[in-house]
Design a protein around this ligand. Structure first.
Ligand code: NAD
Length: 249
């Protein structure tokens, strides 16, 4: 592992443009379960029933049952050493952009500035009738939360449900960055959700070195990944940072 950490640190310090793609796994150590591991939210809430836009349109009360569980976990969560390590890397000039599939705001809370939210952010809600947007923290206790407009419509969390388009700006910027990156860190994602899962292959095809951090192997491991760092993201990010500090003094 020591040798692999050195290889990763070497790639990062030599790269002129380093980006990261993060997923639910990076926030597991903050207490937010991922979706695919056993015991995760999706073993309780079937995504085809709870996480599609058509489910939200037809049964928003039901979808809010899952969203309420998710928001409870997210509200209690704080950035862990993986989020903080990535924020430090940005401040040191070694990580330029994070593309996250997470909706938990933990990269921003850790201090990262250049974060592209691929699947939105659960901290705001929008009325599909009048378009007003609300901060979740500022809403009163009504459940499920409803708009103040005459429709009294149930508000939609600003996350991208299955069946919804990725925000155009996030998608264009991510693909542009992936096309020009010299290094890509893929952290805590199973890389099965499309189209975010095309980012590693776009980067690789355009010459980027791919560093993957995951506690399990994925379909990227052994194919697209150049350096696979097997373990918890917090511990590994801390080791990468220590190695980079050794290199750059
Ligand atoms: P996923 O659940 O499909 O995969 C998580 C990956 O992280 C797995 O490969 C797992 O082995 C790995 N992992 C788990 N714990 C880890 C740790 N401590 N260190 C390193 N790796 C770890 O997640 P995904 O690929 O992000 O796709 C799920 C979708 O669900 C995403 O689109 C995301 O928007 C959403 N989601 C978000 C959150 C969040 O915002 N925190 C949580 C759950 C799901």
């Amino acid at each position: 592992m020591k040798e692999l950490i050195k290889q990763a640190a070497d790639i990062i310090t030599k790269s002129g443009l380093t980006i990261a793609l993060t997923g639910a796994g990076i926030s597991v150590e903050s207490g937010i379960p991922d979706f695919r591991s056993p015991g995760g939210l999706w073993s309780i809430y079937d995504p085809s029933e709870y996480a599609t836009i058509s489910a939200f349109i037809s049964t928003p009360e039901k979808v809010w049952e899952m969203a309420r569980e998710m928001t409870k976990l997210i509200d209690a969560a704080r950035p862990n050493s993986a989020h903080k390590g990535m924020a430090d890397l940005e401040k040191m000039g070694y990580l330029h952009h994070i593309i996250t599939q997470n909706v938990d705001n933990l990269h921003q809370e850790a201090g990262s500035s250049n974060v592209i939210e691929y699947h939105g952010n659960i901290s705001t809600l929008t009325c599909l009738k009048c378009g007003q947007r609300f901060k979740r923290a500022e809403l009163h206790e009504e459940f499920p939360p409803r708009c103040i407009c005459s429709s009294r419509m149930i508000l939609k969390p600003d996350v991208i449900f299955f069946g919804e388009a990725i925000p155009e700006d996030a998608m264009n910027r991510s693909f542009q960055l992936a096309s020009h990156a010299e290094a890509l860190m893929v952290v805590g994602t199973s890389a099965v959700v499309s189209p975010a899962n095309t980012i590693p292959s776009i980067a690789k095809t355009n010459g980027a070195k791919v560093i993957e951090i995951n506690k399990d192997r994925t379909h990227l491991t052994g194919t697209i990944t150049d350096v696979f760092l097997n373990g918890d993201a917090g511990m590994i990010m801390t080791e990468i940072l220590a190695e980079i500090r050794k290199i750059v003094g």
